[in-house]
Ligand binder design. Structure first.
Ligand code: XMP
Length: 513
């Protein structure tokens, strides 16, 4: 089925994927494309609306991203956000200049006053807080544009040419800090663009199942299942669509959390698929023996994973398709720039060299993470798989600092299970976005009963974050921390001291290695 489409043109801002997720939350399908997408291609896709994102530049800078003015002749509604608003103003004959203090260099929460006689703000309160992050000022707005919002410091916070259906807002409606921001996006989509809300997960299951069946026919499909959300939902979708034609290879590298391997296996027992669980713990531990350098650990695990998978694949013989749980954020090409690589990420995903397959199938390619979870729920996957917090491909290997031993891994597994238990019991498992324990390599002296101990220090790590690019340490109540500490030192041998990691990201990262 063809869905109505909104294009989000990416100028390199930090909230770009968030904009797209919000549009989808409103029940409208959208795709993120670089701002350089040619107007002819945009026209071919026939979107019902276009959103320009924010970006790190100022429109008057020499090499700042530009937009082809022909885009405005297509008659497609446009909403510009932050940089997107300024580029509209500049392209259509207005003037944008650096803001002096009086003319509103605005950062953070800003009280904003709205005119309600326009489709963007219609039906909303006439004032509220918006989230601003810009240092520029629309000194002159283009002809035909009306001012539709102001703040105490800035007379033109939002502009509109309602005849041409072009809107611009200097603030960020997509972030939670903007009151009624989602309602503004909804107004743009439904009142301005004429959206009908034809993007729902229930429909997506039917469509995705049909699409997989059509693509795969009676072919054989092979999937490397890691037990993470993406590969699990991918497996469930394929299982639903083609059942016995699917083989899932689940490489149990022995670096998973307590009982995790069994849980994954159990979750897929309800489908008539070929489920191959490879117990490769000894193999991985042998390769990792004595290795303490984090990047080397990651590299070894990534490579070994592929080798084990290839060996299993060889046993299966030629398959028609290799399935991958690639999701939309992996697919989006950003408008500008590349982020620095701080850690190499190893997941199931890198293409194996020696697996015999004809084609790749990626049924989650168009979905954001929250949509993948929703799809998993629709497919009846267990909550513990769908709701999982992120877990790194190299697993507990990068949460045991220094060289690994089976004993250390087992110690960490028990401590980690207690931590997760207590976080859930305290009702914090939804508000804290990721939480785990790290077995540090530090040993210290303690006293237990009448005896001296010389055991390891365990660190608790818990963060709140929306994008995992930045994170804050979670303010877990002292009583909860106390319970966790008492339980772990009492129940887990080899640990006699617990510390809580109170660094944000940056400057730390979420994981320790
Ligand atoms: P850092 O430690 O870089 O982690 O702040 C950011 C997020 O990424 C997860 N992480 C990984 N995820 N494969 C993954 O799929 C990996 O190799 C990997 N390393 C870190 C980490 O748990 C956090 O959620």
């Amino acid at each position: 089925m063809q869905h109505q489409l909104v294009l989000v043109l990416d100028f390199g801002g930090q909230y770009n994927q968030l904009i797209a997720r919000r549009v989808r939350e409103c029940g409208v399908y959208c795709e993120v494309k670089p701002y350089t997408m040619p107007v002819s291609e945009i026209a071919k896709r026939a979107p019902i609306g276009i959103i320009f994102t924010g970006g790190p530049n100022s429109v008057y800078e020499e090499n700042a991203p530009k937009i082809d003015p022909a885009l405005f002749t297509l008659g497609i509604p446009v909403l510009g956000i932050c940089y997107g608003c300024h580029i509209i103003a500049q392209t259509l004959g207005g003037r944008v200049v650096p803001a002096s203090d009086e003319t509103a260099r605005e950062y953070g929460k800003t009280r904003t006053y709205f005119s309600l006689e326009n489709k963007l703000f219609s039906g909303l309160p006439n004032q509220g807080v918006t989230w601003m992050s810009h240092g520029d000022y629309m000194e002159q707005v283009p002809e035909g544009f009306a001012l539709i919002a102001n703040s105490d410091a800035c007379p033109n916070v939002a502009v509109a040419d309602e005849a041409r259906r072009i809107y611009g807002v200097q603030f960020h409606p997509e972030v939670d800090h903007t009151e009624n921001g989602l309602a503004m996006l909804r107004n743009f989509l439904y009142s301005v663009c004429g959206a009908v809300g034809d993007w729902t997960m229930g429909d997506f299951v039917k469509e995705a199942v049909a699409a997989v069946r059509e693509k795969v026919g009676d072919g054989k499909v092979l999937l490397a299942l890691s037990g993470g959300v993406d590969s699990s939902v991918c497996a469930a979708l394929l299982a639903e669509a083609i059942g016995p034609q699917l083989t899932c290879v689940f490489v149990d590298h022995g670096l998973m959390r307590l009982n995790e391997g069994d849980e994954v296996e159990a979750a897929f027992s309800k489908w008539p698929i070929h489920f191959v669980r490879v117990n490769a713990e000894a193999r991985f531990l042998a390769k990792l023996g004595g290795v303490d350098e984090p990047e080397q650990k990651r590299k070894i695990i990534g490579e070994e994973f592929i080798r084990v998978f290839e060996e299993e694949a060889k046993k299966i013989g030629t398959v028609d398709f290799l399935a991958q749980g690639t999701i939309y954020p992996d697919v989006i090409e950003s408008g500008i720039g590349d982020a620095a690589v701080i850690k190499s990420h190893h997941n199931v995903g890198g293409l194996p060299d020696f697996v015999d397959f004809k084609e790749i199938v990626e049924p989650l390619r168009l979905l954001f993470k929250d949509e993948v979870r929703q799809l998993g729920r629709e497919l009846g996957l267990a909550d513990y798989l769908v709701e999982r917090q992120p877990f790194p491909g190299p697993g507990l290997a990068i949460r045991v600092i220094g060289a690994l031993t089976k004993e250390k891994l087992d110690t960490l597994r028990l401590a980690d299970a207690i931590f997760r238990d207590e976080i859930a019991a305290a009702g914090l498992n939804k508000s804290v976005n990721q939480y785990f324990t790290v077995l540090t390599n530090a040993r210290s002296v303690g006293v237990m009963g009448d005896g001296r101990t010389y055991d390891y220090t365990l660190a608790l790590r818990a963060v709140t974050t929306t994008d995992f690019m930045t994170a804050d340490w979670a303010r877990i109540p002292y009583e909860v921390l106390d319970r966790i500490s008492v339980r772990i030192v009492n129940e887990v041998r080899g640990i006699n001291r617990i510390v809580y990691d109170i660094t944000s990201k940056p400057p730390a990262t979420i994981e320790w290695e």
